[in-house]
Write a protein that binds this ligand. Structure first.
Ligand SMILES: *Cc1c(COP(=O)(O)O)cnc(C)c1O
Length: 351
């Protein structure tokens, strides 16, 4: 009669994506490119041929092999997940003991802290400087001082769009004994991946996702790339059939079209550059547009005088963007038409 939730769940709110009818969706950093008919039909044929009465391959071996071929890494170093979120959850809950410390920087992807808390970890958060850059030396110092068990950050960073140089990332991995998780959800849009480095370290895990550059958010496909010992630990800790067969075959079809994927990445980068330049040009005329941060991802991060007011005004025009802390907004790159619409909306509500 008096069941009480555990303390860690009492205050936790469910993740709430924006609801409502938005003809333009630029709030979730998805790809604006939808799959071409040819590839859809190919996926349809592959799905129709599935042995639906059988469990999925627990190791998604064919998918990991094709993933390895695309990124030029040994498939034995790859673990597939139900989105990289599942892998982050697994890391937060299984790769530390209760009471261990997790170091994150702020702002960064907010789920890192939640998964760590669910695992009973104590979260240590360090604020970034005013340019929102992450400084390798101060992260190393914080990790050593607080004796953390795990450090997680995204690179390029969501929501800031900032990129940490590969040499700085490796400096962190080398300086620390703790597990370093580098979430490269947006690295397809930038240069500086440490994917090829995982075998050189015993404490580096790189995360990738099909939800951003590859335009497959619906299928929930994420990947951890790491050394063999950590691959084994991840495989042991995960639920056996974590990636369903429909998603496995859809991911395989997509990876059979590497040229298409490279073209998608190129179009998204062009759209991102256009949106960034357009918003940056607005800054010259609008005094209440304080900051437009340079971006290495597929979105633009900006600071305005009153972000809630801008968010409401843009939403009222049927355009979904993301309202962030401290009067920041995050806007994903869309099609040329969508970029023009959001630019127009911004220019009308800024002064
Ligand atoms: C979108 C995003 C993810 C989630 O990816 P899924 O594979 O869709 O779960 C993870 N990390 C960062 C930084 C993201 O922006």
């Amino acid at each position: 009669m008096t069941y009480l939730l555990p303390k860690k769940l009492q205050q936790l709110e469910p993740y709430k994506p924006l609801s409502g009818d938005f003809p333009v969706r630029l709030d979730a950093n998805e790809s604006f490119l939808s799959l071409p008919d040819e590839i859809r039909q190919e996926i349809g044929r592959a799905v129709a041929a599935i042995d639906f009465h059988r469990y999925p391959d627990p190791y998604a071996a064919v998918l990991c092999k094709k993933f390895g071929a695309f990124y030029e890494i040994d498939p034995a170093l790859v673990v597939a997940g139900n989105g990289s979120d599942e892998l982050l959850s697994l890391l937060g809950t299984c790769f530390a003991d209760a009471g261990d410390r997790l170091l994150v920087a702020r702002p960064d992807f907010s789920m890192y802290e939640i998964y760590g808390q669910m695992g009973g970890m104590e979260v240590i958060a360090r604020q970034k400087d005013s340019a929102l850059q992450m400084d390798a030396d101060s992260l190393i110092a914080a990790a050593l001082e607080e004796q953390v068990k795990m450090l997680i950050f995204s690179n390029p960073c969501n929501p800031t769009g900032q990129l940490m140089a590969k040499s700085d990332v490796l400096k962190i991995v080398e300086a620390l004994d703790c597990l370093v998780v580098v979430d490269e959800a947006y690295m397809d849009f930038a240069a500086g991946s440490v994917l090829q480095e995982v075998e050189n370290y015993d404490n580096l895990i790189v995360l990738k996702t099909f939800s951003k550059a590859f335009g497959m958010a619906a299928a929930r496909l994420g990947f951890a790339v790491t050394n063999r010992a950590l691959v084994k630990a991840l495989q042991a800790a995960k639920s056996p059939y974590n990636v369903n067969t429909l998603s496995q075959v859809a991911g395989c079809v997509l990876l059979d079209h590497p040229e298409f994927l490279r073209e998608c990445i190129q179009s998204i980068k062009e759209s991102r550059d256009d949106l960034y330049q357009a918003i940056k040009a607005l800054k010259k005329e609008k005094a209440d547009l304080y900051m437009v941060y340079p971006t290495s991802a597929n979105f633009v991060y900006l600071q305005v005088a009153d972000a809630s007011a801008v968010f409401e005004a843009v939403s009222a025009k049927g355009i979904a963007i993301r309202l962030m802390k401290d009067n920041h907004l995050r806007i994903a790159a869309g099609s040329p038409k969508e970029n023009r619409r959001v630019w127009q909306a911004l220019s009308e509500c800024l002064h």
